[in-house]
Design a protein around this ligand. Structure first.
Ligand code: NAD
Length: 423
């Protein structure tokens, strides 16, 4: 972390800097609400915790963990927990802020939060993973809760980790608080459709964007970076709609097949060993991923992947941001100049938090819906939000990203104004 880090002084090319410049771009469209905009440029609360655990070999290891609550004007904090060796406070600040924008963009009654631990979970045994999860949950337990801040899965976290988080919080508070996290296994108050929800949202928004562009999904060539929960599900749904997945990249490398990769065979291999273990495509250097001829590009891995240089060379006409913050602002401008349509993260990948919201509602009412009902409601919320954003973009002749921020920031700042400043 930079010594100079403060809420308003981002380090160069950081996700937090990207977020701040995205907020600056929306100010001209906020009217009188612009006087409140500074509230979006700093988190409400940021907690750094020490997470010590005893490793299997008897040594004591210390990890750094974070939980940031960016804004709670519209409701409790909501956002995932990331386990990754590159996690920093500044990254978590940006991810929490994008959750504030996202929950407002789809009009869920939440604010934005995010958490993470700087750790490579692939180097931990199952017991160590459980210990680090439980100790982290206990440390952030002073600020999370079913009515205050509700974590969920993100990169390298899953239903099992959510189950440990729910159990730890419940043990510490003396009940069974299923509503404290979402993305839980089904028999612990999880929701049908949650695992596939983010990828499904990427598909639903992408299908509508393609329709508006006059692009036929049948035969459309798609390149997907990141083949985990988000990337693989989105790829599957596009393939079912007749598209060809021509390139896939994950942390092990990149594979390409111009005739289309066979996903039914690729997914099990990718889940076990990574995509380069798959024999049905050519392994190419990672940078070649961005040169692959494609119509749709789906970044679904980490932040900052679409740089100015990569934006210049992609052949895609449509970018669907499955990941959070994959496009740096200079690249955003280049894509716009080149006529490439970007469906921004804060709407494109909002399917996950939308079904998380359904899960939370179901937990509170102790009444569970079937998968059809979930998917119908999800599609309706995503389409309503996208159409409203599209109208705003057309009205002001601005990008979908700035339009999403305009719609979302108006909701957040209106709530802020109506609540007034305490004391
Ligand atoms: P995941 O852990 O299931 O998968 C991440 C994928 O990215 C893996 O295939 C991994 O191999 C790949 N990856 C990691 N580092 C990489 C690198 N340097 N180059 C190329 N690939 C790399 O995570 P996920 O849940 O699919 O999340 C992916 C993105 O989507 C993140 O930006 C996350 O914040 C965002 N997101 C996730 C959800 C959700 O519900 N899971 C919701 C909204 C947004």
């Amino acid at each position: 972390m930079s010594e100079k880090l403060s809420f308003v002084n981002p380090t160069a090319n950081s996700p937090w800097g990207t977020y701040l410049s995205q907020v600056d771009r929306v100010v001209p469209y906020l009217g009188p609400l612009a006087r409140w905009v500074e509230t979006l440029k700093r988190p409400k609360r940021a907690l750094i915790v020490d997470v010590p655990i005893e490793m299997d070999d008897g040594t004591i290891a210390h990890f750094e963990g974070y939980r940031v609550q960016h804004n709670m004007s519209r409701g409790p904090g909501k956002g995932g927990v990331r386990f990754h060796p590159d996690v920093t406070l500044e990254e978590v600040m940006a991810l929490s802020a994008w959750m504030t924008i996202k929950t407002a963009a789809v009009n869920l009654p939440y604010g934005g939060a995010k958490g993470g631990i700087r750790v490579d979970p692939k180097k931990l045994s199952l017991q160590e993973l459980e210990k680090i999860t439980r100790r982290y949950t206990s440390e952030i337990g002073i600020i999370i809760g079913p009515h205050t801040d509700i974590p969920a899965p993100d990169v390298n976290t899953n239903g099992q980790i959510m189950a440990w988080m729910m159990d730890t919080y419940s043990m510490n508070t003396g009940g069974t608080a299923t509503g404290v996290v979402t993305g839980k296994p089904l028999h612990l108050g999880g929701s049908l459709g949650r695992v596939k929800a983010t990828g499904r949202g990427v598909f639903v928004t992408g299908r509508e964007a393609a329709r508006r562009l006059g692009m036929d999904l049948r035969g459309a060539r798609i390149a997907v970076q990141g083949f985990g929960n988000v990337g693989s599900v989105a790829a599957e749904l596009f393939a079912e709609a007749g598209a060809k997945i021509v390139a896939v990249q994950d942390h092990t490398g990149t594979i390409v097949n111009t005739n289309g990769l066979d996903l039914s065979k690729l997914i099990p291999v990718a889940n076990k060993e990574g995509v380069i273990a798959f024999k049905g495509g050519d392994v190419v250097p990672n940078e070649a991923f961005w040169d692959t001829a494609c119509d749709i590009l789906i970044p679904a891995a980490l932040e900052g992947q679409i740089t100015a240089e990569r934006a210049q060379k992609t052949t895609a006409k449509l970018v669907l941001e499955g990941a959070n913050g994959p496009t740096v602002p200079t690249a955003d401008d280049i894509l716009a100049e080149r006529g490439v349509l970007v469906v921004p993260d804060v709407i494109c990948n909002a399917g996950g938090v939308t079904v998380s919201y359904f899960e939370w509602v179901q937990d509170f009412s102790s009444f569970f819906w079937d998968e059809d009902e979930i998917n119908v409601r999800l599609d309706r919320i995503m389409m309503n939000a996208l159409n409203q954003i599209w109208d705003t973009a057309d009205k002001h002749k601005i990008s979908l990203r700035t339009a999403t921020y305009a719609v979302a920031c108006e909701r957040i700042l209106m709530a802020r104004q109506e609540r007034g400043l305490y004391p």
